[in-house]
Ligand binder design. Structure first.
Ligand SMILES: [Zn+2]
Length: 447
């Protein structure tokens, strides 16, 4: 599936060979974690057959649950079987940190990670360097599949510059410099003029890959299309942090002509997945086991949305076992049409707690409303807000082509799914509400 590695000029190939050697001899030992070596191993691992990989995973799972029973106070005395472990969430681990830290944690070097700032619920937590490397290795080998080699120039979009070359960690700055990664276009504001400027600047950099917030890159694309400009984007654009809506995907392809791949990840817990051409999110099977569970912590049948719960095979300093990451998802097939191996999710549909509440007590999760928005051409972004128990506002950001028929299609679908229990109106001129970190949410309830 690697696209053009063989066609690179000699100078580029030499650069990559040199960089790979330097990374293995110097950067990996300094960081204490073999991320590039793991990426190479992972390429081989996915070539094994399904039963060999499943056997490895069963062993890895057995090792981590036995370790947890032995070394983690919260799990002392449990039978070492995953389904005997309670499902835990971030708040539980924040409230009782000592119970979730291993008594042998000094044996496992960590990086300190930060999560949840964008949802207003921040947490600093230790993650084993080995567990961190698994996620990074997955990105390296997945990006390779799409023609971007480790060390190709990359541009991060929508991140604060403090995460890049101005990062307070010297080691991070070193790694970014070695990898030719640059951070640009910080901040989360998304007005049209700024977005167009950003798009022009980003294209002028002539990097091989952009990596950034889905909404940031979608806004850049929308601004380019609105201005009737044609820009030449990088070969690969990877969007992260937010779902990549079909309308956004179309706009980005139309504006920049790039291959666009959606990434879903949860650093806490350790999930990494990339959406393939056939539409499924391929999970990093070597990193963790992902379950999709219903309200009573039972496995959801295929196609039914449920809580995404992860068990990390590699985190020992503070194991993440049956950890609810706070997203709602739908499990996908093992035999994806694209030919890639392993487990998948078909969708990540929103955050837990994001639902519309009907007067009869029914909860409508975001996926309930997707259909018309994926069908109509005239809507670029949408958001459903329930200001009180009896009413619902459908906010849309329209394109010039948005028309009365499309409006009717949307309204009748939303009214029908709401069982006609709510007073539904559509607005095309209200600002969208974002999370404190600038993420777009599609369902918001104000009570
Ligand atoms: Zn696939």
């Amino acid at each position: 599936m690697r696209t053009d590695a063989g066609r690179r000029p000699l100078a580029a190939r030499l650069h990559h060979k040199g960089l790979a050697l330097t990374t293995r001899l110097a950067v990996e030992p300094i960081l204490g974690t073999p991320f590039l070596s793991l990426a190479d191993e992972r390429e081989q691992w996915v070539l094994q057959n399904e039963s060999e990989r499943e056997a490895w995973r069963a062993e890895a799972l057995d090792r981590i649950v036995r370790y947890a029973v032995r070394c983690v106070p919260a799990y002392a005395g449990l039978e070492p079987r995953l389904d005997h472990f309670p499902v835990v969430d971030k708040q539980t681990m924040i409230d009782r940190p000592d119970e979730f830290l291993s008594t042998r944690r000094d044996e496992h070097r960590v990086v300190w990670k930060h999560t949840g700032g964008s949802t207003g619920d921040p947490w600093n937590y230790p993650l084993d360097r080995r567990a961190w490397a698994e996620g990074y290795a997955t990105q390296i080998y997945r990006f390779r599949e799409f023609g971007v080699e480790y060390g190709d120039p990359k541009l991060l979009l929508g991140f604060p510059t403090s995460l890049g070359l101005n990062h307070k960690s010297r080691i991070r700055r070193l790694r970014f410099a070695v990898e030719r990664t640059d951070v640009s276009l910080a901040s989360i504001e998304v007005d049209g003029t700024r977005s167009l400027e950003r798009a022009v600047q980003a294209c002028d950099r002539h990097v091989r890959m952009w990596y950034g917030y889905a909404s940031t890159i979608a806004s850049m694309a929308a601004a380019v299309l609105d201005a009737a400009r044609t820009l030449s984007g990088p070969p690969l654009i990877v969007t992260m942090a937010e779902p990549l809506w079909p309308a956004w995907h179309r706009d980005i392809v139309d504006a920049f002509g790039s291959t666009v791949v959606e990434e879903y990840g949860a650093n806490d817990g350790g999930i990494m997945a990339h959406r393939c051409e056939a539409g499924n999110l391929h999970l990093a099977d070597h990193q963790s086991l992902v379950e999709v569970l219903d309200d009573e912590d039972r496995a959801c049948p295929p196609g039914q949305p449920g809580a995404i719960v992860v068990t990390n095979f590699h985190a020992r300093h503070m194991p993440f076992i049956r950890y609810r990451v706070g997203d709602i998802g739908i499990e996908g097939t093992l035999n994806c049409d694209c030919g890639r191996a392993g487990r998948t999710l078909t969708a990540v549909t929103g955050r837990s707690g994001d639902f519309v509440l009907l007067p009869d007590g029914t909860q409508l999760v975001p996926a309930t409303f997707f259909l018309p928005f994926n069908q109509v051409e005239g809507v670029r972004r949408w958001q459903i807000v329930q200001p009180d128990p009896r009413s619902l506002v459908v906010r849309v950001e329209p394109r010039a082509s948005f028309n009365a028929d499309e409006k009717k299609t949307i309204l009748s679908w939303v009214r029908q799914r709401s069982k006609d229990q709510l007073d539904v109106r559509l607005s095309d001129d209200e600002p969208f509400e974002l999370t404190s970190g600038g993420k777009h949410r599609i369902v918001i309830r104000h009570f």
